[in-house]
Design a protein around this ligand. Structure first.
Ligand code: NAD
Length: 365
């Protein structure tokens, strides 16, 4: 059973789907691993380390001509061309609903498993790439905010005078938001946080931050622990109720998302105008439309004296650990996909396991 690890071709992508330590374990379980030359270089894993782990270094075609192709980013048209008909493809798909690329993969008889379709259950936790990558994004986004803010985050008392701690607000307290809070607390900021799911208030307090409590007249808790979209009336109420808290903030880190829906607008232009010049907003929802209408996806802009960071791939800024976490998520998934045998790993029926069944892309989804 051959596994392929190609170089990621998406612009700005630095991560790689497997790392030498994990490759070694896969080979120990009877897989052959083909790694495209240079695949791990941008993440800090040189070719020699893969070779020492037992992988075969190959060209791009060799990494695609495999039984199980492992990728980080969504396939593109060239990937569809190169993938082996009848093979297996596992990676982040970055899509909801109709998708020409995925349909083309299915038309070639490729079974596609989407890492973001992983159920958020206890059993799936060790395979959950959304969590591992969001965790990194929350951490890195906070460092980005700290670096772009022209003042200290912690209280600072020096012989040249003292500085007050920055008031930092985190909006959306899922995996990324919780890590943003934890990182901001470690850096000494005065942290406030808000999520539409009331159950997050206890988690916010447990990290030493203060929950912002709003009464919207309806619950934002949806299915599977995710948020649901609010009514137009509740959205307007939310924006108005948050505005004074946000206008006082020096740093805002927003992470609010609703699966397969545009990101909710939480930081209006009116709020940005009221913020102190030199303040920073890091909008982790930028790729999904942004939690602030002034965010420009993929860019860092200044509006009304406030720096708004719309970078869309924070995990790629921590490529060694992001790749290591992702690679371990994949290895844990592979563990449940195959049965060991004398003649090598044998693929199980993917529809039989609730995890792989949920991840499998079906025609016209
Ligand atoms: P996400 O990335 O989908 O969304 C980020 C946060 O934005 C969520 O907390 C959501 O409630 C919040 N949000 C959405 N609309 C909002 C609004 N209008 N105002 C304020 N906040 C808003 O979330 P995620 O990090 O993927 O986590 C989703 C859920 O999955 C959470 O309940 C999390 O605890 C759970 N989870 C479970 C597991 C597991 O058990 N294996 C693993 C990871 C996450």
């Amino acid at each position: 059973m051959k596994i392929g690890i190609p170089l990621e071709s998406a612009p700005g992508e630095t991560r790689v789907a497997s790392i030498p330590e994990v490759v070694k374990k896969l080979i120990g379980k009877g897989f052959e691993v083909m790694v495209e030359a240079g695949a791990g270089v941008r993440a800090g894993y040189p070719d020699g380390e893969y070779a020492a782990a037992g992988a075969q270094l190959t060209d791009r075609a060799g990494a695609f001509d495999v039984d199980l192709l492992l990728k980080v980013r969504r396939p593109d048209a060239a990937d569809v061309e190169a993938v082996r008909p009848g093979g297996l493809y596992v990676g982040l798909l970055e899509s909801c609903g109709e998708d020409e690329i995925l349909s083309a993969m299915l038309a070639k008889g490729v079974r596609v498993l989407g890492m973001e379709r992983m159920p958020r259950t206890s059993r799936a936790q060790s395979m959950d790439a959304l969590s591992s990558q969001s965790n990194i994004a929350g951490y890195r986004a906070t460092l980005e905010a700290a670096a772009r803010y022209g003042r200290f985050l912690p209280m600072m008392m020096t012989s040249a005078g003292s500085a007050k701690p920055a008031r930092l607000v985190v909006l959306g307290v899922g995996v990324a938001g919780l890590q943003a809070i934890a990182t901001a607390r470690r850096l000494g900021a005065d942290v406030y946080a808000y999520d539409v799911r009331p159950e997050t208030q206890e988690q916010i307090r447990s990290l030493g931050a203060k929950p912002i409590e709003l009464d919207l007249g309806e619950s934002g808790s949806g299915e599977g622990g995710y948020a649901k979209e609010l009514s137009e009336e509740a959205k307007a109420k939310q924006q108005a109720a948050l505005s004074d808290q946000l206008a006082k903030a020096h740093v805002i880190i927003t992470t609010a998302l609703i699966p397969c829906r545009p990101a909710p607008v939480l930081v209006t232009e009116e709020v940005v105008k009221r913020m102190r010049p030199g303040s920073v907003i890091v909008d982790l929802a930028a790729a999904n439309g942004g939690n602030c209408p002034l965010t420009v996806a993929g860019e860092i802009v200044e509006r009304h004296g406030v720096t708004i960071v719309g970078l869309t791939n924070f995990p790629a800024l921590v490529p060694a650990d992001a790749s290591a976490f992702y690679a371990r998520n994949l290895a844990n998934l592979i563990e449940i996909m195959f049965t060991p045998s004398e003649s090598g790993p044998v693929l199980k029926d993917l529809a039989e396991d609730d995890i792989t069944a949920a991840m499998l892309v079906k025609p016209s989804t």
